[in-house]
Design a protein around this ligand. Structure first.
Ligand code: CUA
Length: 343
């Protein structure tokens, strides 16, 4: 008797903990920010509640029968139960009910899935490139691109074309509720409307190497008018010629922010510097190859700071970011084209 009381208490604790484990995520979802979120949240909650119900019914029967048919004091160990050969009605019931349930869940899931994968004509297109370990977003409509940020207009149909340059990554913004792998050699896409203006975290949710946990970017959903203003600003920044670049004023700060942690007094990737004046003095740290004054496109320094390239020898810099913005990359390019002087 005492043992069954202990079992009963343990069972109640078990049910409460299970309930807490299931209910906590349901009631603590992040705010939703895409047109698919409500449907997906409903499906998630519906399935979770259904799972809890099944769990309670099954465990309820288990407990009831365990207590009801327990061996009582004075009862012989060898007492045999009555010989039962099935119960057709019961067996049909416990087959049909779960089958109906699975069919309902399947139909609901297919409906949501079809909504998610449906592409829409006239959608605003963003080409997203994932590479170890950074994100780049390109806007064909404005011919601009950004590195480790991604901007998009709210309340407009969006198509994200995803590609990966090295291994599989996965595009995930938890508030959007949808997720899509970026696979090398196999273009994938996401279709949605971002419904809430704000700043979000774009996370890589597929293990992709030693920098995976740091592979995230800021994603901005903007009011459509603000987005257009932003895009035009970027356009003028990228097409407008960068004026005279000063090494001391403009370039040195970029190097300090992005490169110094590893390459000053370090010995990484063949580029080991006492200070950046060494780099400016002649570019001979990796003999003849760091940069070619007057020609940024022929300079390794420029190649390795491009998002998504693995130059040289698969450099992915700097590990964990913050990576260089387009404006910073353009500034370095202009500085090289202007002769890479220590001015
Ligand atoms: Cu990219 Cu994980």
């Amino acid at each position: 008797m005492r043992l069954s009381r202990v079992s009963a208490v343990l069972f109640v604790i078990f049910v409460l903990v299970s309930w807490w484990i299931i209910v906590t995520p349901i009631t603590n979802l992040l705010p939703d920010a895409s047109n698919h979120a409500a449907d997906i949240d409903f499906l998630f909650k519906f399935m979770s509640v259904a799972a809890v119900a099944v769990f309670l019914i099954v465990q309820g029967f288990l407990l009831t029968f365990a207590l009801k048919y327990r061996r009582r004091p004075g009862q012989s160990v060898d007492t045999l139960g009555s010989d039962i050969h099935g119960n057709t009605r019961l067996e049909i019931i416990w087959s049909v009910i779960p089958a109906i349930f699975v069919i309902v869940l399947t139909v609901m899931s297919i409906k949501v899935y079809n909504d998610i994968i449906a592409s829409h004509k006239g959608a605003y297109v963003v080409n997203v490139t994932a590479s170890q370990f950074q994100w780049a977003c390109e806007h064909p409509a404005y011919k601009i691109s950004e590195s480790n940020t991604c901007h998009m207009p709210a309340n407009e149909q969006i198509t994200l074309n995803l590609r990966a340059t090295d291994v599989i990554h996965s595009f995930w913004v938890p508030e959007f509720r949808i997720k899509q792998d970026a696979v090398p050699g196999y273009p994938t896409a996401m279709h949605f409307i971002a419904t809430r203006v704000g700043e979000y975290r774009l996370i890589c949710s597929e293990f992709c190497g030693y920098g995976h946990s740091a592979m995230y970017a800021k994603l901005f959903v903007m009011k459509p008018a603000d987005f257009v203003t932003w895009a035009k600003q970027q356009q003028s920044q990228s097409t407008g010629a960068i004026g005279a670049v000063s090494y001391k004023k403009d370039v040195s700060a970029i190097f300090t922010a992005h490169c110094a942690a590893c390459h000053i007094a370090g010995k990484l990737g063949g580029l080991s510097l006492g200070s950046y004046s060494g780099l400016v003095a002649g570019g001979a740290i990796v003999p003849g190859s760091v940069f070619k004054p007057g020609d940024h496109k022929a300079s390794v320094l420029w190649k390795i700071i491009q998002p998504g390239t693995g130059q040289p020898g698969g450099a992915q810099m700097p590990l964990g970011g913050p990576y260089l913005s387009k404006h910073e990359i353009d500034t370095i390019a202009a500085w090289i084209d202007q002769g890479a002087k220590n001015n």
